[in-house]
Structure formats: structure tokens, C-alpha cells
Design a protein around this ligand. Structure first.
Ligand code: ZN
Length: 304
């Protein structure tokens, strides 16, 4: 049995929102077993919480947002990717602004925060969502699917009409170690030709070469890439963060081609609908899995 985990102590940081450009305080606080990952806006008063699940998905534009009643939180995916990859099941995320700070455009600063806070095991079993038959959706040439596998693996491929990233593809088994070393540092990217359009729409006001890779016509405007294929690694990061919205760590092989937040999150919702395609189990990697819930009976109980 794998025990659920939370943080050992509270930890905070300050950054700016990518779209608003506003300063944001972010705190990560330990939470009880079965609490899940929830967001709280300290600037709104009250104690309204938004659970990080597909049930609370809000506008997906360039990033993934959540909402419940009048409370919204934006750009949650990099933080969620860091939390689930570090096997943090239960945490309260407090923000004094609608946007999770963009930091350097990657998940590495959030990994650092989690490592600084430390982790603590809890007296409750972690539940995994184990895929037992394929689930897939496609929209034009964009595709995403999950296949049965003994581990959580991601295969991502992208193609763009740009000399630097015509085609990139990578398969990675996601573990705490592989995520920290090979995925978390990969930064978000954008095209210079799109930046002006975003700004005219009041978006990306906090965006700069400090928090995004910007692609000009022939190369990147930043000094250097962190990985030769940093772009596809960042897509893996986004997919891991968006998939966290199913509310359980997934055991399966995620395969995505040219997808994005809209397709990732539509897919996360579809997974929960297809209750005969998975089972909830308590053991992450052993082949002999005790089944907690027969598939096809009912949807999982999620915080709401
Ligand atoms: Zn991203």
C-alpha cells in the first residue's frame, strides 16, 4: 500500500500572474488525508475552496482555469503537475489573486517549494486510477488516448510549421525522479507573432523572456534552451498537470499528438465518464492489484 502524502509544513512564494501581470502570493499548506488538492482565494474573504477536479473546470484559453460559485483560479496546470508528480495528495493552495504565479514558466520553482516544505506520509491509502481498456478522443489531427500499462507513462508528439520544432516526440515514464530532472524545468513557449495579439486581448501582460520561450521566425529570442526538445517536454508537463484533474494518480500510458489544454481537460472529464475503462486500486505498481471498486458501478467520489 502507498500512503497518501501531504506537506510537512506550510511554504509560500511571490510571483506574477502571466496574463494579469499582477503580483501574487502563493502558499501551500498541509491538509488532512482525502482532502485532495484545493485552491482558496484569500483576497475574496470567506473560505470558499475550489477543488482541483474536472467538475470545476472553467475557461480554457491558453491555460487551465477552475471555478466554483464566484471563485476562479487560473493557470493551475504547472503547479498541479509538480504536486502530483511529487506524490502530494492533499494540499491547500492559497492565492491572493486569480492567477497561480507563472514563476519561470516551468514547474521547477514549485518542485523547489515542495522539497523545501518537505513531505509527510499520512495514515490513509493512496488510490490510483488504473486504466483497464483504452480511452481515446480526437479532434481533427489532435489526438489523445490512454492505454493500459503497469506504470504512468506519457508519449507526446508535436508538430509546427517552424524550423525549430517541426516535429518533436518523447516517451517518458513519469516518476518523481524523472519528472524533476527531465520535465519540470521545461518552460512554456509562445510565438513572437502571437505575443502582440495576446497583448491586444489583455493577455500575457506579465509575459517576458523571464517566463517563456519566445520563438521568432528562425530561432528563440531567449539565450538558450534548457533541453534541445524543451517544447515537447513542456507539453508533457502540461498534460500531467491537466490529467491531475481526474482527482487520482493515473496508471496507464497517455499518448497525445498536437493536443493542448482544451483537449487534455476534455479528456480528463471523459475518463471519469467511462467508468468501465478503469478501476480504483491501492497499489501503484504491483501487477496483483486489489480492486477497491468494481468498474462500471458508479463514478468515483470526489471532493466537491
Ligand atoms: Zn504550460
Amino acid at each position: 500500500m502507498d500512503a497518501q502524502r501531504t506537506l510537512r509544513r506550510q511554504i509560500s512564494c511571490v510571483g506574477i500572474g502571466l496574463h494579469s501581470g499582477n503580483k501574487v502570493n502563493l502558499s501551500l499548506k498541509p491538509a488532512a488525508a482525502d482532502f485532495g488538492i484545493r485552491f482558496r482565494r484569500t483576497d475574496l474573504g470567506g473560505d470558499h475552496e475550489v477543488p482541483a477536479t474536472v467538475h470545476h473546470l472553467a475557461g480554457i484559453q491558453l491555460a487551465t482555469g477552475l471555478a466554483r460559485n464566484e471563485v476562479t483560479v487560473e493557470t493551475v496546470e504547472h503547479l498541479l503537475a509538480a504536486l502530483v508528480s511529487m506524490n502530494i495528495d492533499n494540499v491547500l493552495v492559497e492565492l491572493n489573486s486569480p492567477e497561480v504565479p507563472i514563476m519561470d514558466g516551468s514547474a521547477a520553482p514549485f518542485i523547489y517549494l515542495i522539497q523545501e516544505a518537505g513531505m509527510k506520509q499520512q495514515a490513509a491509502a493512496r488510490k490510483f486510477l488504473k486504466i483497464v481498456r483504452p480511452i481515446a478522443i480526437s479532434r481533427g489531427d489532435k489526438r489523445i488516448a490512454l492505454y493500459p500499462s503497469d506504470h504512468f507513462k506519457v508519449t507526446y508528439s508535436i508538430s509546427y510549421d517552424h524550423p525549430l520544432l517541426r516535429h518533436q516526440s518523447r516517451t517518458l515514464r513519469i516518476t518523481e525522479e524523472s519528472f524533476v530532472e527531465q520535465v519540470a524545468p521545461a518552460r512554456t513557449f509562445t510565438f513572437l507573432k502571437d505575443v502582440e495579439m495576446l497583448r491586444q486581448n489583455g493577455l500575457a501582460l506579465g509575459g517576458s523572456l523571464e517566463n517563456a520561450i519566445v520563438l521568432g521566425e528562425t530561432g528563440v529570442l531567449n539565450n538558450a534552451l534548457r533541453f534541445e526538445d524543451e517544447f515537447v517536454r513542456h507539453k508533457i508537463l502540461d498534460a500531467v498537470g491537466d490529467l491531475a484533474l481526474v482527482g487520482y494518480p493515473v496508471i496507464g500510458h497517455l499518448v497525445a499528438h498536437r493536443a493542448g489544454h482544451a483537449l487534455h481537460t476534455e479528456f480528463a472529464a471523459k475518463i471519469l465518464e467511462e467508468t468501465d475503462a478503469w478501476r480504483l486500486v491501492e497499489v501503484g505498481t504491483d501487477a496483483a492489484l486489489p480492486v477497491l471498486m468494481p468498474s462500471g458501478r458508479r463514478a468515483p467520489r470526489l471532493a466537491n
